[in-house]
Write a protein that binds this ligand. Structure first.
Ligand code: CA
Length: 277
């Protein structure tokens, strides 16, 4: 039996993902068994000691069949504190889009098995209103028109700069929250979505990644009651890590660091940050 680091293990899961439908099922089996700390296929026991507490704020789906680009996109968005899944064909993209609670879907229009435009139309006709950013070839302006008319929220033409992609994703997340500017303010607390910086009365505050993830999600859903389960579904990378009971712990820590009035508890139902600027 050999051992893998978290990073090696994630790479392995990503690689199995590239097998399309088979890969998806295989990955879910792997994730389940990793939860039990043993991957049966490779007989490798991953070290999940640190990833167990690894929390992020918003969930993004990347549907892109070019492995290098998909990997770069994932790396960029993960480095910004986002939870990222990758689909490598249109069928997998549609399945994940219909079954997982994403905040933004980045959808390449040129996908195998089912093209991106069909995936987009199917998601919208099924009532899915997740923000969708389409990736198109530079010289194909008709694709952009068709995509926007089919319900895409934004587009980028290849090749593009990762910084622009990140900015567009942040803008889509904000727009979903009904927010035009990148900084949330509630009383004397500010949260800057560009760098996840939190201040109290202008003084920067040190928060853990879990605390930032919870705070970010609640700010982006200001005025709406959010259950512990919904929070847990959005901020944990791996299904096996999701535990709604730990959310209460993070909220309590946030109250200690940011003041007791910021996050309100609705007993038995969840949490809310009321009106923000
Ligand atoms: Ca493609």
């Amino acid at each position: 039996m050999s051992w893998l680091s978290n990073e090696e293990h994630n790479r392995w899961i990503d690689a199995t993902c590239r097998g399309g439908w088979h890969g998806l099922l295989f990955r879910e089996t792997a994730a389940f068994d990793c939860h039990k700390r043993l991957c049966p296929v490779t007989h490798i026991r991953p070290n999940f000691a640190t990833s167990r507490n690894y929390a992020r704020s918003m969930r993004i789906l990347i549907a892109e069949d070019e492995p290098v680009l998909a990997s770069q996109l994932k790396k960029t968005l993960v480095s910004e504190g986002l939870t990222v899944d990758v689909a490598v064909d249109g069928a997998e993209a549609q399945y994940l889009g219909e079954t997982e609670p994403y905040d933004v879907i980045i959808l390449d229009l040129g996908l195998p098995i089912r093209d991106g435009l069909t995936v987009l139309k199917n998601l919208r006709s099924g009532g899915n209103d997740t923000a969708i950013l389409i990736l198109t070839a530079r010289n194909d302006w008709t694709d952009r028109v068709d995509g926007l008319d089919a319900g895409a929220d934004d587009y980028l033409t290849k090749p593009f700069h990762m910084a622009e992609l990140s900015a567009r994703v942040r803008a889509l997340i904000r727009r979903k929250a009904g927010k035009a500017t990148p900084v949330f303010t509630k009383d004397d607390v500010t949260f800057d979505t560009r760098n996840n910086q939190v201040t109290v009365q202008g003084v920067p505050t040190n928060l853990t990644s879990q605390e930032i993830a919870v705070l970010s999600y609640l700010f982006h859903n200001s005025g709406r009651l959010v259950s512990r389960t919904e929070l847990s579904d959005h901020i944990y990378q791996h299904e096996g890590d999701r535990d709604s009971n730990t959310i209460a712990v993070f909220v309590n820590r946030l109250r200690k660091k940011l003041g007791s009035n910021l996050i309100e508890t609705v007993r038995g139902r969840g949490y809310v940050i009321k009106a923000t600027a």
